[in-house]
Structure formats: C-alpha cells, structure tokens
Write a protein that binds this ligand. Structure first.
Ligand code: SAM
Length: 335
C-alpha cells in the first residue's frame, strides 16, 4: 500500500506533526532499573497489531505528512520478523519518508546490523548508560555488556551512523559522563544524555536516581568547552559542540527545561494506541478504526481527531512520594 497524501497534521498549537515513534513490542530482553520492574507483565501476543497492520498504520501517518519514523519498544529487534516491516516501510524512503530509524539496546545488532543497513536504515540510536561491564549488569539486570559493544562494532562495520543515548543517573553513572563522552567522540558517535522521567512503577526510588543535566553541564564545562549549536535531528535534544573532542553532545531535559513548545511527535504502541504526548495519559485507539474497514478513511479521521486533542505539553514532576507522573512505563511508548 502506498502512502496516499492527505491533509497534513497540525495540532491546536500550530505544531506540525512530522515525526512518529512506534513501539513495535512492549517486550524487552533487558530490565533496566529505571525503566521497568524485573517481574514485568507483558501484553498477550493476541493484542498486538500484526506487522502488516503496523505497516498500514505507519503508512497512513506517512500519507498525512510524517517524515521521520522511529521504531522502538520494548526492544524493537526482539519482535519476530521485524526486518520484514523495515524492508516494507523502506519503500517510502526517498519519496515521502525522509528517515526510517530505530532505538535499540544493541543486544541483537550483531545479527541484524547488515540487514538494517541494506534496508535503508542510515542511523540508529543505541542506549548505553555505562562503560563498566559490572555496572551495566546491575543497571540492565539481564544485559551483557560485551554483546552490546560487539553489536555496536557490527553496526559501525555495516556503515550505520550511531548515536549513543545515556540516561544520567545520580550516584550511578554521574562519574562516568566524561568517559562516555570520550568513548563516543573517539569513535565518531554523537552522545545524548537524558534526564530520568517519572514514568511507571519500577520498584526504584526516582528522587534518588534523578540527576539534573544542568548540573552535568556545569561540571563538564570545568573541563570542556561547550558551544550551543542549532543542530537538530527532529527530536527533543539540544546540542553543543565540544571543542576538545570535536564531537557533538545532546541534552534531553524534560525535567529542567520543558521541551514541549517545538514538539513535532506522536507515539503509537504495539496495540495501536496513539499517545499524543509522552508525559500525559491522553490516548486514542487506532486499532478499532484500522480493523473496522479495509479503507483508511476511518483511520485518517481517528488520527485527525487525535491530533486535534494533542496536549500542550507534559507536566513531569519527580515527587518525594515516588508516585510516577504517568502510569505506563517508558517501554510502552518507547521513549
Ligand atoms: N530497548 C530500546 C533501548 O533500550 O533503547 C528502546 C526502548 S527504551 C524504553 C528507549 C529509551 O528510553 C532508552 O534509551 C532508555 O534508556 C530510555 N528510558 C527508559 N525509561 C526511562 C525513564 N524513566 N526516563 C528516561 N529515559 C528512560
């Protein structure tokens, strides 16, 4: 099915929606302590959209002006046959779609890096919060550091451009930020630091984990020269150029600096629920309209109504009570 052009998606605040993030599975082979509890209840497989349905849904968004699609999860590369979806979506590249990319924990990259590159993926984000193998195990509970770094090496060999995402965590990796910066920039990777967001019950105390990036930046400036640059990837990160390493460093600061004013994104889960804002509970079911008819008419109407109700922004607060601002974990909507 081709992406038939229809009217573009513009929300009530005049923001044009050009970026779709799709959580293709809520399952993950890691259990990062800030993301989800170890005993996680995943969705029954029967509730998931099929890959063909995901293809149709994403293509409908592309028809409505989405220019960038990021597949995420859970861990996107543990979804069976995901490469079929990527190959299928790649038909839109060079036409209406400018970029097809994914965010991964890197555990499956040894297996899939070449195929991703061959399917038109040019850049990927790999989440890596520490360079210390023992700490990596503690943080991810189930992850294997060597497997992830082997995956990153495979992605480099395949010609994929890499950005490393690291969640800044107080008392966990705050002493490693410089090392992460040096590691990334020595390899030509961008690095983006993320503030931990109060999403879902994880069994860990967020007030203890939260590290404001304003503080990280001040500390980095004692050693490095950071110059703000207008570079954007379409996401919420704000970048600086680091004179000493010659590389780029991004900051995603939902807590210290609300990034909603320029929001161009919406998120769909693997069950076809559309979340118009990462930090709000407002959601619209797209699975019903998708399955109701082979024509996309109802689906387009549902998408248009949802965008007309996109909230102005999130109001994340890390409370002493430890209560999350939104009930779902990041793995539901994929960050
Ligand atoms: N499994 C993939 C991965 O690890 O990149 C994609 C899904 S993961 C939920 C996407 C990103 O969200 C990761 O970089 C992860 O570190 C981040 N993340 C998870 N929970 C978070 C939270 N509560 N606050 C901030 N970032 C979070």
């Amino acid at each position: 099915m081709t992406a038939m052009p229809t009217s573009p998606l513009i929300d009530p605040f005049g923001r044009r929606i050009t970026y779709l993030r799709v959580s293709v599975t809520d399952r993950c082979d890691f259990r990062c302590v800030y993301c989800m509890p170890e005993e996680m209840n995943f969705l029954p497989r029967k509730d998931l959209l099929t890959l063909e349905e995901l293809d149709r849904l994403i293509s409908a968004f592309i028809g409505k002006g989405v220019r960038k699609v990021r597949l995420t999860g859970g861990e996107p590369l543990v979804r069976k046959n995901l490469m079929w979806l990527i190959r299928s979506l790649s038909r839109h590249l060079g036409d209406r779609l400018e970029e097809l990319t994914l965010t991964t924990n890197g555990s499956q990259l040894v297996r899939y890096a070449d195929e991703l590159a061959a399917s038109g993926v040019r850049r990927i984000n790999v989440s890596l919060d520490t360079l210390d193998a023992a700490k990596f195990k503690l943080l991810t509970r189930w992850g294997d550091f060597d497997r992830v770094t082997a995956g990153i090496d495979a992605a480099v060999r395949a010609g994929l451009k890499i950005k490393i995402n690291a969640v800044a965590l107080r008392g966990v990796n705050e002493d490693e930020i410089e090392d992460l910066l040096t590691y990334c920039h020595a390899r030509g990777f961008d690095l983006t630091l993320i503030e931990t967001m109060p999403m879902g019950e994880t069994g860990s105390d967020r007030t203890e984990q939260y590290l404001p990036l304003s503080l990280v930046r001040t500390r980095l400036e004692e050693r490095f020269t950071l110059t703000d640059v207008p570079f954007r990837t379409g996401g919420p990160a704000r970048y600086v150029q680091v004179t000493e390493t010659g590389g780029r460093l991004g900051f995603i600061t939902p807590m210290t600096h609300n990034f909603c004013e320029a929001c161009n994104r919406v998120r769909v889960t693997c069950t076809g629920t559309l979340y118009m804002c990462l930090g709000q509970e407002d959601a619209v079911d797209l699975r019903g309209p998708l399955r109701a008819s082979e024509s996309d008419h109802r689906l387009h109407t549902a998408i248009e109504r949802a965008i007309a109700a996109k909230p102005k922004g999130h109001d994340f607060v890390i409370e002493r009570s430890g209560r999350p601002s939104v009930g779902r974990t990041m793995s539901t909507t994929g960050g």
